[in-house]
Design a protein around this ligand. Structure first.
Ligand code: ADP
Ligand code: MG
Length: 327
């Protein structure tokens, strides 16, 4: 059997051993331009105040990361980098430096298909307003789309651009990072069963008490439908789809995942989900594998024993990596 197939035992009276208070707590809220959700199990001796405090802590952590990493907030560390890094080294927080280092490592791993400098052209797309750059603008920006133009200096925690036109954006990795930090907050508080999601990024801590969590992958062409339901415990899953932010012009779909080599939306597949232990990596890898497409993307995932993939191609056929295939 594949490593994620689970025998589901439904334990009807599993909750009998808990006190009257022990229960699931949950909340959904808007942050980082998307819908986030937190859900966790609190045991016997906890109070409602404990639950409320944890929910606030998770919400505040996501807001804090947004304030640090949003390109739309002029005072964010990210905005300061984009404003100044071409003219002077910009000193950043350890947290942002470490995330930029992860982004760099994933760019190397994916042969530049994950590349935060995609933003050098990315900021000229506005999906809500149906705006896209013309060919001349794309051509001019292409030289600035290269992760090697971002110089990270570890001793000084500084960031420098070697090209004046470079812009960076962490939209393909920041939500995974946020989910990772929030799970750490719950874990530190002694929580053993939790789900945290931000948009298409979900991490499961433990199981749902005696049974797995079920995480759905959206049907890419029918909003209300689910393409697959996966039983998961102690895993992270990230889905990248061409249906989240897009517009269609002359029959062509322009959406928010950009091929760094062309400056145009990637159109090899319609949905990519990556499963693994590291929330930050699965987030960035889902974006990268989306750009790579089925053959190249699946080949890379099959080389990485810690990650599995579910890819839906343009014919809406579902493909899974070798670790998910039944023997
Ligand atoms: P979502 O943001 O809907 O969860 P993804 O995780 O796939 O979806 O991330 C898409 C986001 O990643 C885009 O909105 C953009 O901010 C960023 N992005 C787009 N193309 C690339 C790329 N080639 N490399 C890195 N980041 C990218
Ligand atoms: Mg992603």
């Amino acid at each position: 059997m594949g490593k994620f197939s689970a025998v589901i035992v439904i334990m009807l009276f599993a909750f009998n051993s808990h006190s009257a208070f022990a229960q699931w707590h949950q909340k959904s809220f808007h942050v980082m331009g998307t819908l986030a959700h937190v859900e966790f199990w609190l045991d016997d001796d906890a109070t409602k105040a404990t639950a409320d405090k944890l929910i606030v802590a998770v919400e505040q952590e996501m807001q804090r990361i947004d304030q640090t990493m949003s390109p739309y907030i002029a005072t964010s560390e990210l905005s300061v980098i984009n404003r100044d890094a071409a003219t002077r080294p910009v000193i950043v927080s350890q947290e942002l430096f470490d995330l930029l280092t992860d982004a760099h490592d994933i760019a190397v791993l994916t042969h530049g298909m994950f590349d935060i400098t995609y933003a050098s052209i990315g900021y000229q797309y506005n999906y809500r307003k149906h705006q896209k750059p013309n060919q001349a603008a794309i051509k001019q920006a292409l030289t600035a789309i290269n992760y090697q133009t971002v110089i990270l200096d570890k001793p000084s925690l500084s960031v420098k651009f070697t090209d004046a036109d470079v812009k960076i954006d962490l939209g393909g990795i920041a939500k995974g990072h946020a989910v990772k930090n929030c799970i750490a907050i719950l874990k530190k508080a002694g929580i053993e069963h939790a789900l945290i999601s931000a948009g298409g990024d979900t991490t499961l801590l433990g199981d749902r008490i005696g049974r797995p969590w079920f995480v759905g992958i959206k049907h890419p062409r029918a909003e209300e439908k689910t393409a697959v339901q996966l039983p998961l415990s102690n895993e992270s899953i990230s889905t990248s789809g061409d249906y989240e932010r897009y517009f269609i012009e002359d029959g062509v779909r322009y959406h928010h995942i950009i091929n760094p080599k062309t400056g145009d939306s990637a159109r090899n597949v319609v949905s990519v989900s990556i499963i693994g232990k590291n929330p930050t990596y699965v987030d960035a890898l889902s974006t990268a594998i989306f750009v790579m497409g089925l053959q190249q993307g699946m080949a890379l995932i099959n080389e990485l024993p810690e990650y599995e993939a579910i890819i839906i191609d343009n014919q809406q056929t579902l493909h899974v990596s070798t670790g998910l295939q039944q023997d």
